[in-house]
Design a protein around this ligand. Structure first.
Ligand code: C2E
Ligand code: MG
Ligand code: MG
Length: 696
C-alpha cells in the first residue's frame, strides 16, 4: 500500500532528507509530493488523495494559526505532522494543541523516527475515523429506534440519552448527562403510587438484564406521567467488569389504556355502562361473603321493564335503547354507592342491596325504584310512561349463594308480572312450582296447533242505536289437555315471547274467516268478524300476503274482515307501518284500534293512519259508573272518532247504566257481557238470528 504524503516547506534539503528516509521503508511505501508554498499545498489538498501532510510552519505565504486553518478547510481529516527546528519548537507545540497530530525536529529526520511518527499518526487517524463511524452508527441507530435509551456509569450518573428518551423524559441530553439517575428518571408504581426500585441499580447489582415492575409510570420533568414498560441491562468493559448500565423503555400509555378499556368492556354493559352479568356475579359473591361474616342480610332485586318488547317493536330499537339508559340512570340514583346496579341484558336489571339491616329496607328500595321508573321518560319526542316489575330474594333466607338468589329473584319477578305488573314481589318457596308451570305452558303451546287444541269464541258487537248485532269478535281459547280452558291472557304473552304467536295468529285468522264464510253460506245475515292481531304478528314478514291468501282460500269478502290492532303497532317505524296498513286497506279489510286509550302515545298521529274504528278500552267504560273517571275519556274518544270519521266501539259494556251513558253520548257500537259473553260457534249460530234483529 502506498501512502501519499504532501510536504509543504521551503527547504529543498529537508525534502531530500525526507525522501531519502522514507525510501528505505519496507512494507510501508510512501510517495512524497513536495510544494514550497502554502497556496500550492492547499491547492493540492483540494484535489484529494493525500494521506498525511508534513508541514514546515515557516512558509513564504503562511503564518502560524492561519496556516493550519487553511489546510484543514481544504482537507479537514488529513493528519498533519509539523516539522520545525529548535527555535520553532514552541510554535509547533501550539500547533499540536490546536489539532496537528504531532511535530518532529528537523534534526531528527532519520528514517526510523520519521517512519514511526508517520505510521502512528496515520494509524491513529484511521482508528479515530473508524471509531467515529462506529459511534455515528450507534448514535443513528439509537435515535432511529422507537424506544427510549438511557445509560449511566457505575456510580449511577447519566451518560447518555437518545432523542426518544429526551422527549419522553422532558430532559435534554445536555441537561441530564452527569446528573444522578434518580434526579432525572422518576418512576412510580401506577397503582400504589409508591416509588419503584431503580432498575439500573438492580441490573448493576445482579449483573443481568432485569425487567421493570409492572404498571410502571414515569414522571416527566414537567410532572406529566407516562406509563412505561421495559428493561435495564448492565454494560461491561473488555474484561467483563460492569461499568454502567443501560435502560431501554417505551411508552405504553396507549396499550395500557386499551387494556384497561378492554377489561372494563368485558365487565360492563356497553349500552348503559352498568356492571354486566360477569361483574355482578363477582360483586354478589363478595357481598354474600361479607354478609355471612357480619351476619347481615342482603337483597337481590330482579327488575324487568314491563312490555318493553312492545316499545322496542313499535317505537324502534333506538328509542328502546334510550329508554333502557334512562331506566339505568334512575336505578343508579335510587341506591347507595355500596349497592350494585347491573344490566343482565335485554330489559332486565339486577340490583344488589348489600349491608341490609332488615328486609324492610328492600321494601323501601323496591317502592322507590318502581316510583322512579314510572316517572315519564322523555325520549325522542315521546313521553313514555312505563312500569317495571321487581322480584326480590333475601340472603340468607332465600338462598345461600348468588345463583340461587338470582334465580329466586327472577321467579318472584315473574309473579309480580302475573299479578299485574308495576309491582314488586318477594320470593316465596312455592314459586318454583309456578315457574315450572310457565315453562310447561310454553312447551305445550308448541304442540297445541298440531293437536287442534285451540278454538275461537265469538262475542257479538252491537249497534247501540238499533240494538241489532252487527258483527263479532273472535277470541282465542286454548283447551289445555290438563288444565281445561285457558284464556288468552294466560298464554298469549308466552306465545308472543316465543314467537309462536305468528303461526297461532295465522290459524286464528283462517279459522275466523272460514267460520264467517260458513255463516254466510248457511244464510246468516253477513257481518264482519273481528280478529286480534298482536304487534309481533303485524311486524312478521309476509303478514300482508298471509291475510290476502287466507281471504282467497276462505272466499270471505274482505269487507267482512276487521283486524284489531293495538296502539303499539302504529308507533313503530312509521313508513313500514303505513305501507302495511295501506296494503290491508287496498285489500278492503277494516282496521280497528283496540284498547284505545291505554297506549303510551299522543293522539296526534292518529289521522296519519287509515283506521276505520276505535275501540274504547273496557277499563274506561267501567269507569263511567265506578268512579266517573272514565266518563270524560269515553266522551273525548267518541267525539274524536266522530271528527276523524271513525266508528267508535265501546268494549266491556256490563250494565244498563253504562249502555245508557254510551247511547246518550251517541257512541255507535258496543260489546260486552251486558249483550253477550263470548260464545262458542254453535251457540253463536243459534243466537245470531234473534240478535241480528233490531230491538227497536
Ligand atoms: P280484547 O281484544 O280487548 O278483547 C276483549 C276482552 O274483553 C276479551 O277477553 C273478552 O272476553 C273480554 N270481555 C268482553 N266483554 C267483557 C265485559 O263485559 N267485561 C269484561 N270484564 N271483559 C269482557 P279475552 O277473550 O280474555 O281476551 C283478552 C285479550 O286477549 C283480548 O283483548 C286480545 O287482546 C287478546 N286476544 C284474544 N284473542 C286473541 C287472538 O286470537 N290473537 C291475539 N293476538 N290476541 C288475542
Ligand atoms: Mg280485541
Ligand atoms: Mg280490547
Amino acid at each position: 500500500m502506498v501512502h501519499r504524503l504532501l510536504l509543504i516547506g521551503r527547504d529543498s534539503a529537508d525534502a531530500e532528507t525526507i525522501r531519502a528516509a522514507l525510501a528505505e521503508v519496507r512494507g510501508w511505501n510512501y510517495s512524497v509530493e513536495w510544494v514550497r508554498q502554502l497556496s500550492a499545498g492547499v491547492e493540492r489538498l483540494h484535489t484529494g488523495q493525500i494521506d498525511a501532510v508534513l508541514l514546515d510552519l515557516v512558509l513564504p505565504d503562511g503564518q502560524g494559526r492561519e496556516t493550519l486553518e487553511q489546510l484543514w478547510s481544504a482537507a479537514p481529516d488529513v493528519p498533519i505532522l509539523i516539522l520545525c527546528d529548535q527555535d520553532g519548537e514552541s510554535l509547533a507545540m501550539q500547533a499540536v494543541e490546536r489539532g496537528a497530530q504531532d511535530y518532529l525536529l528537523k534534526t531528527h529526520l532519520d528514517s526510523c523516527t520519521l517512519r514511526h511518527a508517520l505510521r502512528s499518526m496515520i494509524d491513529r487517524k484511521a482508528a479515530a475515523e473508524a471509531l467515529f463511524v462506529e459511534k455515528e452508527r450507534a448514535e443513528v441507530t439509537l435515535n432511529s429506534i422507537g424506544d427510549a435509551v438511557l445509560s449511566t456509569d457505575i456510580a449511577g450518573h447519566v451518560t447518555y440519552l437518545n432523542v426518544v428518551a429526551e422527549s419522553m423524559m422532558g430532559w435534554t441530553r445536555q441537561d441530564a448527562v452527569g446528573r444522578p439517575l434518580t434526579e432525572v428518571f422518576h418512576i412510580i408504581d401506577g397503582e400504589t403510587r409508591e416509588p419503584v426500585p431503580n432498575p439500573l441499580a438492580l441490573a448493576v447489582q445482579e449483573n443481568k438484564t432485569v425487567g421493570l415492575t409492572a404498571n410502571c409510570v414515569l414522571i416527566r420533568r414537567d410532572g406529566h406521567e407516562v406509563a412505561i414498560e421495559d428493561s435495564a441491562a448492565p454494560i461491561h468493559d473488555r474484561r467483563g467488569r460492569v461499568t454502567g448500565a443501560v435502560i431501554v423503555f417505551h411508552d405504553v400509555s396507549g396499550a395500557r389504556a386499551m387494556s384497561l378499556q378492554m377489561s372494563h368492556l368485558a365487565r360492563h354493559d356497553v349500552l348503559t355502562d352498568l356492571p354486566n352479568r360477569l361483574l355482578l356475579s363477582d360483586r354478589l359473591a363478595g357481598a354474600i361473603a361479607s354478609a355471612r361474616r357480619y351476619r347481615r342480610q342482603l337483597a337481590v332485586m330482579f327488575l324487568d321493564v314491563d312490555q318493553f318488547k312492545h316499545i322496542n317493536d313499535s317505537l324502534g330499537h333506538e328509542v328502546g335503547d334510550q329508554l333502557l339508559r334512562s331506566v339505568a340512570e334512575r336505578l343508579t340514583r335510587c341506591v347507595r354507592n355500596s349497592d350494585t346496579v347491573s344490566r343482565q341484558g335485554g330489559d332486565e336489571f339486577v340490583v344488589v342491596l348489600s349491608e341490609m339491616d332488615q328486609a324492610s329496607n328492600a321494601v323501601i328500595s323496591a317502592a322507590k325504584i318502581l316510583a322512579a321508573v314510572a316517572e315519564p321518560h322523555r325520549i325522542a319526542g315521546y313521553e313514555l310512561h312505563i312500569t317495571a316489575s321487581i322480584g326480590v330474594s333475601v340472603y340468607p333466607d332465600d338462598g345461600p349463594d348468588a345463583e340461587t338468589l338470582l334465580r329466586n329473584a327472577d321467579l318472584a319477578m315473574y309473579h309480580a308480572k302475573e299479578r299485574g305488573r308495576g309491582r314488586y314481589q318477594f320470593f316465596q318457596p312455592d314459586m318454583n312450582v309456578r315457574a315450572v308451570e310457565r315453562q310447561s305452558l310454553e312447551h305445550g303451546l308448541r304442540r297445541a296447533l298440531n293437536r287442534h287444541e285451540f278454538l275461537l269464541h265469538y262475542q257479538p258487537k252491537m249497534d247501540l242505536e238499533s240494538g241489532a248485532m252487527i258483527g263479532a269478535e273472535a277470541l282465542i281459547r286454548w283447551r289445555h289437555p290438563d288444565r281445561g280452558l285457558l284464556l288468552p291472557t294466560q298464554f298469549v304473552p308466552i306465545a308472543e315471547d316465543s314467537g309462536l304467536i305468528v303461526p297461532i295468529g295465522q290459524w286464528v285468522l283462517r279459522e275466523a274467516c272460514r267460520q264467517a264464510q260458513a255463516w254466510h253460506d248457511a244464510g246468516l245475515r253477513p257481518m264482519p268478524v273481528a280478529v286480534n292481531v298482536s304487534a309481533v304478528e303485524f311486524r312478521s314478514p309476509g303478514f300482508l300476503d298471509g291475510v290476502r291468501g287466507i281471504l282467497e282460500q276462505t272466499r270471505l269478502e274482505s269487507r267482512y274482515l276487521e283486524l284489531e290492532l293495538t296502539e303499539s303497532v302504529l308507533m313503530a317505524d312509521r313508513e313500514s307501518t303505513v305501507s302495511v296498513l295501506r296494503g290491508l286497506k287496498a285489500l278492503g279489510v277494516q282496521l280497528a284500534l283496540d284498547d284505545f286509550g291505554t297506549g303510551y302515545s299522543s293522539l296526534s298521529y292518529l289521522n296519519e293512519f287509515p283506521i276505520d274504528a276505535l275501540k274504547i278500552d273496557g277499563s274506561f267504560v267501567r269507569g263511567i259508573t265506578h268512579d266517573l273517571q272514565g266518563a270524560p275519556i269515553v266522551c273525548a274518544v267518541i267525539s274524536m272518532g266522530k271528527s276523524l270519521n271513525q266508528r267508535v266501539i265501546a268494549e266491556g259494556v256490563e250494565t244498563a247504566e253504562q249502555l245508557a251513558f254510551l247511547r246518550a253520548q251517541r257512541c255507535g257500537e258496543g260489546q260486552g257481557y251486558y249483550f253477550s259473553r263470548p260464545l262458542v260457534a254453535e251457540q253463536f249460530t243459534k243466537l245470531a238470528p234473534a240478535m241480528s234483529d233490531a230491538v227497536r
